[in-house]
Design a protein around this ligand. Sequence first.
Ligand SMILES: Nc1nc2c(ncn2[C@@H]2O[C@H](COP(=O)(O)OP(=O)(O)OP(=O)(O)O)[C@@H](O)[C@H]2O)c(=O)[nH]1
Ligand SMILES: [Mg+2]
Length: 317
Amino acid sequence: MALDIGKWVQRIASGDARSIARAITAIERRDPAGVTLLKQLFRLSRRAQTIGVTGPPGAGKSTLVDKLAVSYRARGWRVGIVAVDASSPFTGGALLGDRVRMQRLATDTGIYIRSMSSRGHLGGLASSTCDAVTVLEAAGFEMVLIETVGVGQGEIEIASLADATLLLLVPGLGDEVQCLKAGVMEVADIFVINKADRGGVEIVEKQVTALLSLAKRKGGWQPPVLKTVATSGEGVGELQGKIEDFRSFVSQGPEAEHREREKWRARILEMLRENLLAQAVGSRLDAELVDGLALEVVERRLDPHSAVETLMHNLMK
Ligand SMILES: Nc1nc2c(ncn2[C@@H]2O[C@H](COP(=O)(O)OP(=O)(O)OP(=O)(O)O)[C@@H](O)[C@H]2O)c(=O)[nH]1
Ligand SMILES: [Mg+2]
């Protein structure tokens, strides 16, 4: 059946959940219709506030995101949730958990939940997530919560694209806190120690505070370290207060005007990079040549830099 883009756009704008779901599926599949759709949706969309929630598997991200969503909803906001790879292989039952919460929240059209797989995004996971946010913005959602497992670089990048990024930690992480500082520590605006009802909270708190005191933040924002019990909602109100504080800090900062432009600049260049690569790999790049070069690199007859030079030369011809 031929798709009427105009009708599709209209239905999304009216908030129709099935049309939104189809749009996000088209984005995930890199369906060309998805791009046509996105162009029209972008002009309709009004910027939503985005909050990235990241952290290790099972830290309580979904539970906290639900609590935040319900609370923002109670303030009259329409809230979208994008959970990237909600069914992490580490925690198994997460998918079932997501179904249960979808049932609970699905009766309210002011809340929309969507899971996206982190696998198989040719065009880049961050791009797909940004596009999904555009769809939700066009559908009138004013707040979008983005949940990612803070493991891969791509996931960390997504969380860092949000207006505010929360990093969830839990007691008993031990040495993992040390590992985390490599990538996620830098992008987190607010640190949340969840499962504060469990023992060992002070230890994580000390570790995080110690790490934070070493890093001087750009713009002078000192990321707060908060404690929550996502299951009971304890500390969630305070967390929302800090999110608000951070937002006003950013909006009053000297780089406030540039921030948005810089964000889009980086996004556009990243999209260009993805496009150029897709084009090269798709049509003009000789797969056999790449295989041959890879083999030469394996056998140490060629270094990877020279291999790329050969490919560039080949593409420019
Ligand atoms: N005791 C305690 N349990 C919690 C808390 N928050 C979440 N949990 C439980 O921890 C488990 C994992 O919670 P999720 O919200 O699914 O965690 P997640 O970080 O989204 O997990 P993945 O998406 O699979 O990485 C669930 O059984 C929750 O009920 C908390 O504050 N205290
Ligand atoms: Mg989850």
